[in-house]
Design a protein around this ligand. Structure first.
Ligand code: SAT
Ligand code: MN
Length: 597
């Protein structure tokens, strides 16, 4: 098939790669994307015409859609890091020999786009003109992916211009793996039982097959901005992290930026745009999922958000838990796997009182009182970041924002207190390495099961996690403690014996942010305890929360027996990294053991 590249690019390497993919995948036609508004509109029109998208009546330019029930989350067991050496993928990743994997992929992709249109998407992760930004090309046979990429990334002609002048791009090929015979229409949500989400970190390329959902298919997000970027960051001395970025201004007008790493579906989006009820304080959102950080000339880490949209978890999002998200999704939003109301609006658990009747994400009729959940727990909204009422004007700043603090957190029913601070960068790196969290519906697996999730990067680190710990220590060695961000650990999810959360969470988390802010300006002192630096009594303001003395104590309790058990578990876990485990982590584990004994 002849593709006319004339008004699109004359970049030889790009053209030859696209031609190669056309020959391999055998699409019926090729659409070279320009990223324009008209293109977005035509993509949505097409999806409406096909019956994939249902236009929403109360939200301008917004759509509901439902995936195949088998394609609802990231598939971690089908995600591969194919480095030349197995050791470079490390014990936490699935590895396959790159040559062997290419053979598998070439067979899978052979003719996989038959009867479908191939879309070629040029996109930039990060603001144009930033030394941190990376451009990618995603080739896909899914118009749903094209529409979502329009929102999630900076997409189109400008990204091509960067490739033209710079030469470099990350190629990513994606197929739903569902070729069509002549005249065949195929399912509304095409996908394949056989899924492969594959990364070649040395070659810096991505091959994704069989899924049309989220991080499996929108290749700019987890595949490029985390797995490929983390490997590039290791080589070049910067950090690509699974972190939100937010700005806080105190009543005196002092402004600080924080990054926070939590596993998927643990409230990053809520925290990133938290509507603080702290008189005189202001919170701004720079990003809700990914941060790329690099040292500025001032010796401080500066972060950009490589994304341009939010792919947020819908269930639990409400005017109480996250009013800014609710306002963000009022228009120009794609809702996937939430429930549809009879008057063509969206609904999910926690949004409001359930209506009498709904259409579920499985497209089944649902009446109030039925046991089934009408929205899938990993249902999502794809929405433009700039629509957020507290979107930071720094979102497009190519230099990024200077980071004063880094926060780690997971879902832990017990053990981890509400908040504490690390003694040093090395200790903070250790806290990141020790992170564990109960699993959520964001990935296929057992919801609620506690697992180690270092730096909330377990599913996203593109190389050996032991080397990644070492990279963090190396990054710290490039600056000094006074310039490096302070590191904090938080846990919003402690429960009492009856299984009830003891901390109200959500908007009240701003009280904890305030303490971290005050620590970063040096306004408040902290108490040195066995596991870290703790707030002095009264410095985290509990006024008006009516927490009993017992609960207040429990929020900051250190259960030594439980910590001894935790240390034993960590020892065992860290042994899996063998000689990749850096000395700094070993030393911190020993220190912790001594402090709690
Ligand atoms: O599907 S995604 O990987 O984009 C969402 C998440 O797990 O954070
Ligand atoms: Mn995420």
């Amino acid at each position: 098939m002849d593709v006319d590249f004339k008004n699109w690019t004359n970049h030889a390497k790009l053209i030859s790669w696209i031609k190669e993919m056309v020959a391999l995948c055998g699409p019926k036609e090729v659409h070279l994307c320009d990223g324009s508004e008209e293109e977005y509109k035509s993509m949505c029109d097409l999806l409406v015409k096909e019956g994939v998208f249902v236009p929403l009546a109360k939200r301008e330019n917004s759509f509901w859609c439902a995936s195949d029930p088998s394609d609802v989350a990231r598939v971690e067991d089908r995600t591969f890091i194919c480095s030349e050496k197995e050791k470079d993928a490390g014990p936490t990743n699935h590895w396959e020999d790159p040559k062997k994997m290419k053979e598998i992929l070439l067979k899978l992709f052979d003719g996989c786009m038959q009867g479908r249109t191939m879309y070629v998407i040029p996109y930039s992760m990060g603001p144009y003109g930033s030394s941190l930004s990376l451009v990618g090309i995603e080739i896909t046979d899914s118009p749903y992916v094209v529409a979502n990429m329009h929102i999630m990334a900076r997409m189109g002609k400008k990204a091509l211009d960067v490739i033209q002048s710079d030469g470099e791009f990350v190629p990513g090929i994606h197929s739903v793996g569902c070729p069509l015979k002549e005249g065949e229409k195929g399912p509304l949500w095409p996908c394949n039982e056989n899924k492969y989400i594959v990364h070649f970190p040395e070659e810096r390329s991505i091959w994704s097959y069989g899924s049309g959902y989220g991080g499996n298919a929108l290749l700019g997000k987890k595949c490029l901005a985390l797995r490929i970027a983390s490997a590039k960051a290791r080589d070049e001395g910067w950090l690509a992290e699974h972190m939100l970025i937010l700005g806080i201004t105190n009543p005196e007008g002092e402004k600080k930026y924080f990054c926070a790493a939590f596993p998927s579906a643990c409230g990053k989006t809520n925290l990133a745009m938290i509507d603080a009820e702290l008189p005189g304080w202001k919170i701004e959102c720079v990003g809700d999922d990914i941060a790329w950080m690099k040292f500025g000339k001032d010796g401080r880490l500066h972060a950009i958000n490589p994304e341009n949209g939010f792919f947020g978890v819908a269930p639990g999002t409400s005017m109480d838990s996250n009013p800014n998200a609710i306002k963000t999704i009022a228009k120009n939003t794609i809702f996937t796997n939430v429930a549809l109301t009879d008057d063509k609006d969206v609904w999910w658990e926690g949004l409001s009182e359930a209506p009498e009747h709904l259409t579920t994400w499985k497209k089944e009729s649902w009446t109030k009182g039925s046991d089934e959940k009408p929205a899938h727990p990993n249902s999502r909204f794809t929405t433009p970041a700039k629509q957020c009422p507290v979107a930071s004007s720094e979102m497009d700043n190519p230099d990024g924002v200077p980071i004063s603090g880094i926060i780690f957190g997971g879902r832990r029913a017990s053990l981890e207190p509400l908040v504490y601070e690390a003694f040093s960068w090395q200790h903070g790196t250790f806290l990141g390495a020790c992170l564990s969290s109960e699993m959520t519906a964001a990935a296929k697996g057992t919801v609620g099961k506690l697992r180690h999730d270092p730096f909330a990067m377990l599913p996203f680190c593109g190389y050996n996690m032991g080397d990644y710990f070492g990279h963090w220590l190396d990054v710290g060695a490039k600056s000094t403690e006074d310039k490096l961000p302070k590191v904090f650990h938080v846990n919003w999810f402690q429960k009492d014996e009856s299984g009830k959360f003891i901390w109200p969470g959500f908007l009240e988390n701003a009280r904890v942010l305030k303490w971290m802010f005050d620590r970063s300006t040096g306004k408040v002192e902290a108490d040195k305890k066995s596991i870290g630096l703790f707030p002095k009594k009264g410095d985290v303001d509990f006024s008006g929360l009516s927490l009993s003395d017992e609960v207040q104590e429990k929020l900051f309790a250190i259960d030594t027996a439980a910590w001894k058990k935790e240390v034993e578990g960590l020892k065992e876990y860290f042994e899996t990294f063998k000689d990749s485990l850096p000395d700094g982590i070993k030393a911190e584990l020993k220190n912790l053991e001594e402090r709690i004994s």
